[in-house]
Design a protein around this ligand. Structure first.
Ligand SMILES: *Cc1c(COP(=O)(O)O)cnc(C)c1O
Length: 284
C-alpha cells in the first residue's frame, strides 16, 4: 500500500475499573475508544478504508451515518485531500458529531427517513459516482477495527473471559471476532448488547433497526437486550464511578454485563466519547 492515511488512531488505554468491578461482581476493564483521534473506534477502520481509497485513485468517499462514521470519514478524507459525502438520517445525529463533519468540510445531505434509507442512498451514490463507500460493508473497515481485539490480548497478556460491546449494525462485533482469531489465543465469550428500542433509543449510535451484519454478529456473540433506562443508569455510573465520560451507546457493554453478571475478567468496550452528544446530558 502507498502512503497510509493516519491520524494516530488505535493504541487506546485498557483501564482497570475498581469501583465498577465491585458493583458488578467481576473484574471489569474498560477499553477506552473515546481516546481515538475523532473520539470513536470508527477511526481504526476509516484509516485503512481511506488509505485504500487513495491507493485505488478513488475520486471521493461516501457513507451513511448516525454520526461517528460521518465524523471519522470527514476527518480522514480531509487528511487525504479527498471529498467526502455524508448522508445523515434527518434529526437523528448528535450535535458534536455533526460539528466534526461540518468543520472538516464534508458535504452533508440529510435523508428523510431512517439510517437504512440513508445507507441505500450511500450505496447508490457509490455506484453512480465511483466514490468508495466507507460504511462497514466495506471490508477494510472491519479489517482496521480488528486491531482493537489484538491490542486487548496484548494489554492483558491473554484473552479476557468476556468481551461486551454495543450492538448497532454488528460490524464491530465482527471486527472483534476477527481480531481475536488473528491473535490466535481463542475467543472470549462475547456479549453484543442492543437497545430494546432500536428504532428510537436515545443512544443514537445504535439507533439501527436492521443490523447489516446481523447473521455473522449473532453467530459470533450472544445478544443481550437492555432498556434505555438501564443504558442511562450505567452511562452515568461509568462517569461517576470511574471518571470516564462516554456517549450513551458506549454504556451498552457495561449495562449488558450488569444484566448477565458473568464471572472473571470482563472487558467492556467504551466505543465513543461523551462530548459527541452533549444534548444527551440535558435529557438526563
Ligand atoms: C458505530 C458505533 C457503535 C455501533 O457499532 P456497530 O459496528 O454498528 O455495531 C456503537 N457505539 C458507537 C459510539 C459507535 O460509533
Amino acid at each position: 500500500m502507498g502512503l497510509a492515511v493516519t491520524l494516530g488512531e488505535g493504541g487506546t488505554p485498557l483501564l482497570e475499573a475498581p469501583r465498577l468491578s465491585e458493583r458488578l461482581g467481576c473484574d471489569v476493564r474498560l477499553k477506552w475508544e473515546g481516546a481515538n483521534p475523532t473520539g470513536s473506534f470508527k477511526d481504526r477502520g476509516m484509516a485503512l478504508a481511506v488509505s485504500r481509497a487513495v491507493e485505488q485513485g478513488a475520486p471521493g468517499i461516501v457513507c451513511a451515518s448516525t454520526g461517528n462514521t460521518a465524523a471519522s470519514a470527514a476527518a480522514y478524507a480531509a487528511r487525504a485531500g479527498l471529498p467526502a459525502v455524508v448522508l445523515l438520517p434527518a434529526g437523528a445525529v448528535a450535535r458534536g458529531k455533526l460539528a466534526q463533519a461540518v468543520v472538516a468540510g464534508a458535504e452533508l445531505r440529510e435523508v428523510e427517513g431512517s439510517f437504512e434509507e440513508a445507507h441505500l442512498e450511500a450505496r447508490r451514490l457509490a455506484e453512480e459516482e465511483g466514490y468508495v463507500n466507507v460504511n462497514s460493508i466495506n471490508p477494510d473497515r472491519i479489517e482496521g477495527q480488528a486491531s482493537a481485539a489484538r491490542e486487548i490480548v496484548e494489554q492483558l497478556g491473554g484473552l479476557p473471559d468476556v468481551l461486551a460491546l454495543p450492538y448497532g449494525g454488528g460490524g464491530n462485533t465482527r471486527a472483534y471476532e476477527r481480531g481475536f482469531d488473528e491473535a490466535g489465543a481463542g475467543r472470549p465469550r462475547m456479549l453484543a448488547v442492543q437497545s430494546a428500542s432500536r428504532a428510537e433509543t436515545f443512544a443514537t449510535a445504535i439507533r439501527i433497526v436492521e443490523p447489516v451484519h446481523r447473521e455473522q454478529a449473532e453467530a459470533a456473540a450472544e445478544v443481550v437486550t437492555v432498556s434505555d433506562g438501564e443504558l442511562r443508569e450505567w452511562w452515568t455510573a461509568i462517569a461517576r464511578l470511574e471518571g470516564l465520560f462516554c456517549e450513551p451507546a458506549s454504556a451498552a457493554g457495561v449495562a449488558g454485563v450488569a444484566q448477565v453478571r458473568p464471572d472473571g475478567r470482563v472487558v467492556c468496550v467504551l466505543t465513543g466519547h461523551g462530548l459527541k452528544d452533549p444534548d444527551a446530558v440535558e435529557r438526563l
